[in-house]
Ligand binder design. Structure first.
Ligand code: ZN
Length: 73
């Protein structure tokens, strides 16, 4: 048997390691593993607030988001 025929898992795969390390889109600080892609819960909330705010900021647009209890017949 030829042991070299077996590939080890340590073989480098094609992974975008350079893109892995990102910055918080809100304040630009390094991302936190727990709040990616943000740096903290604060920035996560800010982004969420912006997203929700932009939704209501569009007048006259029909809201087609799914609503709970929409399965009723
Ligand atoms: Zn941040």
């Amino acid at each position: 048997m030829n042991p070299s025929s077996r590939r080890k898992a340590s073989e480098p795969a094609t992974r975008p390691a350079a893109v892995k390390a990102g910055k918080c889109p809100i304040c630009g600080k390094p991302q936190d593993m727990g709040y990616r892609p943000f740096c903290s819960k604060r920035c996560s909330d800010i982004d969420l607030g912006r997203w929700l705010g932009s939704r209501y900021a569009v007048p006259g647009e029909p809201i087609s988001t799914r609503t709970e209890g929409d399965d009723e017949q």
